[in-house]
Design a protein around this ligand. Structure first.
Ligand code: GRF
Length: 228
């Protein structure tokens, strides 16, 4: 049976990681998977174009409209979970540029079934530091949105930055790490040049993490991932 994947995107991104997953499924790199829905927070998210082109159903759930009618963030989370469970019954939820922090109740509905792509290198669990491939230790970049996370690495003169695919838990940016994609920082790098290389890496690591999940190769042992 094919694994049913829901991808959550937002109008803050370009949808390039969604496109990378769609392509990987299409060319058979992730053979046992099917993208069953793309959810966006806004109707003008660029990524919806990729969903429409590939005839993937879409759902728009706008948090600001909840605020207008005095409904809470928890109402939003509850409705999002309800739509996903009742209409789509996903095996995996991929956050690919999704910007809304999901509530604990939402996450409990999908334990060990939600993965996130984070534009910084993260350690396992709540450690403050992460080790680069050359052994250098850098402070983990947590809690910052994309451009700010990329800028942080440059401002702090890190030798490298990168992105991380991890399972999400109620603690933001602290879930078990599946893959880190390290990207060296070059002397003349700007946010734009560094981020463009990070994205190339993201387009490799996110589909790979999805593939490993769909093949049942990811095992969480004591808060860490073991790949079989
Ligand atoms: C990615 O760079 C990811 O690290 C961050 O949001 C961005 C989404 O990019 N969480 P795109 O929309 O897939 O191009």
């Amino acid at each position: 049976m094919k694994k049913r994947i829901a991808v959550l995107i937002s109008n803050k991104g370009t949808g390039s990681n969604l496109a990378a997953i769609i392509d990987a499924v299409k060319i058979g790199e992730i053979p046992n998977a099917q993208i069953i829905v793309v959810v966006s927070n806004k109707a003008d998210a660029q990524g919806l174009m990729h969903a429409n082109k590939n005839k993937i159903p879409t759902e728009i759930l706008d948090l600001s409209s909840y605020k207008t009618i005095h409904k809470s963030r928890e109402d939003y989370n509850r409705d999002l979970a309800r739509i996903l469970i009742k209409k789509y019954d996903p095996d995996l939820i991929v956050l690919a540029g999704w910007m809304i922090i999901l509530s604990e109740t939402f996450i409990q509905n999908f334990t060990n079934k939600i993965i996130n792509l984070h534009p910084g290198l993260l350690p396992d669990g709540k450690d403050s530091y992460v080790y680069l491939s050359n052994g250098a230790k850098i402070k983990a970049i947590r809690g910052l949105h994309t451009d700010m996370a990329v800028k942080y690495a440059l401002d702090h003169h890190y030798p490298a930055s990168g992105s991380t695919v991890h399972f999400i838990t109620a603690k933001v940016d602290e879930g078990p790490v599946i893959i880190r994609g390290e990207v060296p920082i070059l002397p003349k790098d700007t946010v734009a040049t560094l981020y463009s290389r990070m994205k190339i890496k993201e387009h490799e690591i996110l589909p790979l993490a999805v593939k490993l999940f769909c093949e049942g190769k990811l095992h969480i042992k004591k808060g860490k991932i073991e790949i079989s």
